[in-house]
Design a protein around this ligand. Structure first.
Ligand code: IMP
Ligand code: MG
Length: 332
């Protein structure tokens, strides 16, 4: 089985939590990271310990899985090595030899340029390093000494494996193609691109899980409908802060269904995962069985299913990897 996980909103949907659960539960041979690069930030709570990651997939928590950073991803070697140490994944972690790399000059450019300031980028150098890649002047992973012990032919790896779980980053509304251009990230971030990022053809993908949070947030500049203030968001416990940048995230109480419908279409979503239902509706913390959710929460899930016409198979009920309702066996 080959499954892709994609973000349905502006990133920060809680993909990390869903991904870590799936990696543990489904036990894939390979957990692959797709998407842009270390501009993504996710926090994973596993066995009582928090891990903050930017480069590695949250699915690292399954110690049986090999971890691969795909050829489409821009790798910051220092961040990669630091996260390998902190997750203790040496020996089962690999980078495709053709992956892009982020150098100090890219980070400097991303911090200084007027365009980056206007957009409110994460200043992690992803955009400028992709510019070099398009100019065909970039350094690839196989030219970086520190990455040499981890290099592999990722294409061969994912195509020879039976079960691969591909973790995308960012979210649909930040896609270079489909998002709120120019207030977007530097690549397309939908399922087709994630498949290409790791070297799988579209016909090889079995499932696409679109992750949406039960309310909407955006970090950085750009259009954002029905935005509320920080105070109101704090009052609802919806207020969040960026993992990479620490910036307060902008909040909307609504799900933006027109955008979500488009996200379902472009991603070819076969399942939806809803996160943070416990934050939206009190009384659902840590629940693992659908029937134990509050009526309000179940009604919400039904509305999402009806309006998007895709089954909601996973429902996040708390920060821990295990805090989840998994309806896949019942529904699929
Ligand atoms: P960049 O990807 O650093 O160039 O930033 C471009 C825009 O995408 C900015 O608004 C960022 O805040 C946003 N962005 C990039 N990655 C993420 C993410 O993983 N979560 C949320 N926002 C992101
Ligand atoms: Mg994030």
């Amino acid at each position: 089985m080959k499954t892709i996980l994609a973000g349905g909103q502006y990133g920060d949907e809680g993909k990390g939590k869903i991904s870590s659960y799936i990696a543990v539960k489904d036990n894939p041979e390979i957990v692959a990271r797709a998407g842009v690069g270390p501009n993504a930030g996710h926090r994973v709570l596993y066995k009582g310990k928090w891990y903050g990651l930017r480069m590695l997939p949250s699915g690292f928590v399954n110690e049986n899985s090999k971890i691969l950073v795909g050829t489409g991803v821009m790798v910051n070697p220092a961040v990669f090595l630091e996260e390998m140490e902190k997750t203790n994944t040496k020996g089962r972690i690999f980078v495709d030899r053709g992956a892009g790399t982020i150098l100090q000059k890219h980070i400097e450019e991303d911090s200084a340029s007027e365009t980056s300031k206007k957009i409110g980028t994460t200043k992690t150098g992803c955009g400028p390093s992709l510019v070099d890649r398009v100019r065909r002047t970039a350094k690839r992973a196989d030219e970086i000494e520190e990455l040499k012990p981890y290099l592999v032919d990722g294409v061969k790896m994912v195509n020879e494996a039976k079960d691969v779980f591909i973790e995308g980053s960012q979210g649909f509304m930040l896609s270079l193609y489909y998002g709120t251009y120019p207030f977007v990230t530097s690549k397309d971030v939908t399922a087709s691109s994630f498949a290409a990022d790791v070297g799988l053809g579209p016909t090889k993908i079995d499932e696409v899980i679109l992750v949406i949070k039960s309310y909407t947030t955006r970090v950085g500049n750009g259009p954002f409908p029905s935005e509320i203030g920080v105070e109101e968001a704090e009052g609802l416990s919806f207020q969040e802060y960026g993992t990479v940048t620490g910036r307060p995230r902008r909040t909307s109480k609504e799900l933006h269904f027109d955008d979500l419908k488009k996200a379902v279409m472009v991603n070819g979503a076969t399942q939806i995962a809803i996160t943070k239902i416990d934050i939206r509706f009190k009384g659902n913390e840590g629940i693992k069985e659908y029937k134990k959710l509050t009526q309000e929460a179940k009604d919400y899930v039904n509305i999402v299913e009806k309006r998007l016409d895709v089954p909601v198979t996973l429902i996040g009920t708390g920060p821990d990897t295990e805090h989840i309702v998994d309806r896949r066996e019942e529904i699929l």
